[in-house]
Every structure is written in C-alpha cells, then in structure tokens.
Ligand binder design. Structure first.
Ligand code: GTP
Length: 598
C-alpha cells in the first residue's frame, strides 16, 4: 500500500559528470525547495563542499513526485561523492537503496570511477537507470557513450535518459523512469524493527542523529530501541525525514529513509553499519553491516597548542560519527608532543578531516607527512606493522620490509598511453594489461606501490594527459621492496616527525630535494641552522639556513598603527601553524615538504 509508492535511489557517477547538478534539478522539478531557497549544489551543505565544488558526504533527502500514472510517489534520494577517497560513503548509501541513477558525461564517456561505482551498485543488486548528461555540450557524443556503457559496463543503455542537468533537459523522463524501473522496497511492516544505520552526526542539543533505512517494522517516539551490535538501549525522542531540512514525523516504517534521535550522548556506542531493533520486540539477527574500511595512509595530527590535546580527542570522536572511515590512536612525538596517529582513505580525505577539525571544532593543527603502512619482518623472526616512519626499526634488525601494492586502472585516450606508461614506470609500476574500450580509448592496468600513487600521482597523471586520464585503484597485497628510512636532523637534533621511508634508489635525490625545500620553508633565526638527511648514521644530504643579519621585526614599530596591527596579527596567525622543535621554529609546510616527489 504505502510502500508501493516509495522509491529509494542513489546517484552515482565519476567526479564532475554532474551528479549534484542533476540532484538540484530533481529537487526543483519536484518542488522540494522553493525558488527562493534554491541554490546550486543544494545538497552539498558543508561549506567545505561548496567552496571546493565537490561532494564529500552522502546526503539523503525526501521528495514528492506526482507521476504520469496519477499517483503520488515518495522518493528518497541519496546524493553521494564521486572521488575515490569517499567511495566508502557511496557503498553505504547504496545499501539503503533499491536503485541507482548512473550519470555519465556525454562528452567524456565511461571513466574509472563510473566503473568502480556502478560495480558497487551491481554488487548490491540495484536496478541501474543510466543517464547520459551534458548533451548540451558541443563535444557531446551521446550515441558513442551509449555504446560504451553497453560494451564496457555490460548493461542495457538503449533507453538511457538523454539529459542536460544544466539546461533542465530530460529530468521529467528520468523521474518517470525511476517510477517505472526502480522497485518499491519490500519488507514486512508487521515484523520486528530492523533499521540500518548508514550515517550519523553529533548535534550538541539532540545528541547523536542517526540516518537510517528501515528494512522491516516501524519506529516512533517513545519506542525503546536497541543497537544490535553494541547492545546499548535508548528511548526514541524524535523521528523524521530530511526534505531537505529535517521534518518531524509521527513514525517511520519499513522502506523509509529518515533519521532517529534518542538523546544519545555517549558517542562510543553508535557505529555506522549497526542495526537498530525494538528492545521489547527484537529482531533475531542484525542486517549485514558494512565491510570494515582499512585506511590507506596514516599521518600524525597535533594541536599547535599542547594544552588542547583532550579537545582534539573529543573532536576526533565526534567527527568519527560522521566519518566512519576515520581512525585514530594517541601517539607521542619528541618534536611535536602529544597527538594522534590517524588513518585516512587518501590525501583528500586527510585534507578534509584536518579542515573539518579546524572549522567545526575550532582547533589549530599540525599535520605530519602521510605515510603508508609497512610490514617488517625482523631478523629475530618477529613481525611489525609500521604506520609511522620514525618507528621503523634499525636496519640491522630488519630482514625485509614489504609495502602495499595497488592495482591501478587508468582510462585514457590512446594518444596519451605513452605518457601514462612512462609515468607509471618511473613510479615503479609493473605493467599488466592494456585493453581498448572503443576506437580511441584505452584501459591500462598497472601494479604500483601505494606510496608512489597516493601523493601527487593523480596530478602528474592529469598534467601529462591534458586532464583526459581517470584513475581508480584497489589495494592488492604487500610486496617486499628495497626501502630505507631517511631521518632529518635540524641543528643536529633528529626531528622524528620529518622522517620518511623511500626506495633506496631515490634516497639520495629525494633527500637533496627535501633539505633544499626545508631551507626555503624554515624562517631564518638568529643563529645558523644545519639541516641534514641521514640513513642510519650516514649523512646523505646537507645544507645550512643562514642566521639573519638584522632585526626585521623592528620595522613593525614604525609606520602607521593600522598597518602595524595588521602585521602583528599576521605574525600571530602565522605563528599558530608553527611548532618549536628544540630551538627551531618549524612551520606546517615543512612537515609536508617530504610529500612532493619530483
Ligand atoms: P562531485 O559531487 O564532486 O562528484 O561532482 P558532480 O558529479 O556532482 O558534478 P557537479 O554537479 O558538481 O557538476 C560538475 C560540473 O559540470 C559543474 O561545473 C556543472 O555546472 C557542470 N554540469 C553539470 N551538468 C551539466 C550539463 O548538463 N551540461 C553542462 N554543460 N555542464 C554541466
């Protein structure tokens, strides 16, 4: 009855193919938001998302659609990110849906994340509704893209919607196809409650707000609920849907996508992927959760002000509610004091976490250079996992070091295959295969060390293919490599947070690059500072930062007071992102200097 008129779906696409714009058009077409409230990329409601023009978080919204068959339908649309770092958000959204709209750019065709995301949807047995977007572009070639979808992905695209999200073309047809093709949710309303928690966020007033998809049963305020995996119980205070702002409801029932609050203040008890049931009439087993995500990179996060260590802990715990892939544990650095070693899915993820901590929790942080995890086999037969380069055992104790390898899929027009292969080769890639997608596009597969891909590989790939290449990668295995740890000494003191691990063949050249870069970044002080790079006790590169000759700050005391205040303020803000290590003040940029590779 009610369920027959529900449609739950996500939109998946390669980055920039127009997902968020399409979602905007759907919101307009269904009068979900008034013209006055409408703004571009409405569902990207984090400032950070709007500034960067990317989707970071999944977002669920309820819409009403009056279809040509005369019935009123309730749509739950879940917008998802396209960037590879956030595919975890995509897989969680999909588990709450019966269908997925697949958006493909009519000029660019199927790209690496188109494939990755559509496979996630097919794994979940979702109905795929293909949309070929941007048909307004002069370079659009919808027929070719239609063929590509059929050949490369292997799904029927004969009635793919031809759309321009920008011009509002094809939106009505898409809504009709959603009604016709996406199955209504199944699930027994009378059965005990089973609701999947697919996201959560901490709210100072309401406590934890859980985003849920009800698979069975109903839930309403006053119900006693139990989180099946954690075992904790709460009384529901409010249920509702986002439309796109939160709207209270009397109850939610199987098939619905909405939110639940229950004055949950204890953050540790709620986990994305858990199943909510009714404590008095519980389901016998939970829904399948999500596979655990393993971080790809680790970095240290330190408050610039050591007194804020506990604030940082609390902020990380709250942020984790909204970012299930984030991992952290306390660590101590000689150079930086108390902080956390955090695990991220990639550098964009790391960047976003740092920015969110600074903006949403008002912290000032120093981030150390990210590193992958190494598996070390020691001479005494024991194994160690090293997530922090400074903790790499002494070379005399090491038998082998293994590093993570990924399988990298690169899609590129065939004119650029040479450039792509050269780049992969230079980054220690091992060629596997090359397949033609159509007459002029190629899919190249390489096995590569994660450490070579994670930093600036994507930028290099883009610049050597004029932006035409797309990349996706999956962790494969650990392989032994000839790796060494390089330590950086500043004023003869080892700065643990600057140690890095590199392939032996790059150790000399990278060390020279890095000491030179550090020389440019670290401000002169009133004494000379030698900077050295060392493997074990052997110095492999060195330079000096000269002492400054005259007191440049004295200039501030002259001139007009306005300018002086501004300068002082600027100095103060600059100071925040500095750490005093021994006698030397080291700015944030120095910790990242080890990232750029060539
Ligand atoms: P992420 O959320 O970051 O994954 O990107 P997205 O897939 O949501 O793409 P978004 O909607 O942000 O659009 C990317 C760019 O393409 C924007 O500059 C849009 O204005 C543009 N765009 C979207 N749809 C169309 C279209 O139909 N025609 C044209 N010409 N441009 C479009």
């Amino acid at each position: 009855e009610h369920q027959k008129y529900i449609r739950n779906f996500s939109i998946v696409a390669h980055i920039d193919h127009g997902k968020s714009t399409l979602a905007d058009r759907i919101l307009e077409m269904t009068d979900t938001v008034s013209e006055r409230e409408m703004k571009d990329q409405l569902l990207d409601n984090m400032d950070l998302e709007r500034e960067r023009g990317i989707t970071i978080k999944l977002n669920a919204v309820e819409l009403k659609y009056h279809a040509d068959d005369g019935n009123d339908y309730e749509f739950h649309l879940i917008d998802t990110p396209g960037h590879v770092d956030f595919s975890y958000e995509v897989s969680r959204s999909l588990a709450a849906c019966e269908g997925a709209i697949l958006v493909v750019d009519a000029a660019q065709g199927v790209e690496a994340q188109t494939l990755a995301n559509v496979y996630l949807a097919l794994d979940d047995d979702l109905e795929i509704v293909p949309v070929i977007n941007k048909i307004d572009l002069p370079s659009a070639d919808p027929e070719r893209v239609q063929e590509e979808i059929e050949n490369v992905i292997g799904i029927d695209a004969s009635d793919a919607v031809m759309a321009s999200a920008k011009k509002g073309i094809g939106i009505k047809e898409l809504l009709e196809q959603i009604v016709a093709k996406v199955p209504a949710p199944a699930g027994d309303v009378e059965a005990p409650l089973k609701a999947l928690v697919f996201d959560s966020v901490y709210d100072d007033y309401r406590g934890v707000v859980l985003s849920v998809r009800l698979a069975e049963g109903t839930v309403q305020p006053g119900d006693k609920i139990r989180l099946m995996n954690s075992g904790s119980e709460y009384e529901v205070t409010e249920v509702g849907v986002n439309s796109p702002n939160p709207v209270k409801r009397d109850y939610l029932m199987s098939g619905d996508v909405g939110y639940i609050t229950a004055s949950i203040k204890d953050i540790g008890q709620t986990r994305v992927g858990d199943t909510i049931t009714n404590a008095k009439n519980p389901a016998d087993k939970p829904l399948p959760g999500y596979r655990e995500m393993n971080p790809m990179v680790y970095a240290g996060l330190y408050p610039t002000d050591n007194a804020r260590f506990e604030d940082l802990r609390e902020s990380l715990e709250k942020l984790k509610l909204n970012d299930a892939a984030l991992e952290f544990e306390p660590e101590v650095s000689q150079a930086l004091g108390f902080g956390f070693r955090c695990g991220f899915l990639g550098l964009l993820h790391m960047d976003v976490v740092q920015e969110r901590l600074e903006r949403e929790f008002n912290l000032d942080l120093i981030t150390t250079a990210p590193s992958v995890t190494y598996e070390v086999e020691k001479s005494d037969g024991t194994q160690a996992e090293v997530e922090n380069p400074s903790e790499m055992p002494d070379s005399s104790e090491i038998k082998t070091i293994s590093e993570p390898f990924v399988k990298a899929t690169i899609m590129v027009p065939n004119d650029y295959v040479g450039a792509v292969m050269e780049l992969c080769q230079r980054r220690r890639g091992i060629f596997e295969t090359m397949d033609y997608l159509d007459d002029y596009r190629v899919n190249v597969i390489y096995h590569m060390p994660l450490s070579e891909i994670i930093f600036d590989f994507f930028d290099k790939l883009k610049s050597s293919t004029r932006g035409y290449a797309s990349l996706d990668y999956d962790l494969e295995d650990y392989r032994p490599s000839d790796l060494v740890k390089v330590d950086i000494l500043m004023n003869s003191d080892k700065v643990d947070a600057l140690s890095f691990i590199t392939h032996r063949q790059f150790a000399d050249s990278r060390s020279r690059d890095i000491v030179t870069k550090l020389k440019g970044i670290i401000p002169r002080q009133n004494f000379e500072i030698p900077i050295q790079a060392a493997v074990g006790s052997k110095i492999i590169a060195r330079t000096n930062i000269k002492a400054y000759r005259k007191d440049v700050t004295s200039k501030i005391h002259t001139g007009d007071p306005d300018r002086r205040a501004k300068l002082l303020d600027k100095q103060k803000r600059g100071k925040k992102r500095m750490k005093a290590v021994g006698k030397v003040e080291i700015p944030q940029a120095a910790f990242m200097a080890v990232l750029q590779t060539d």
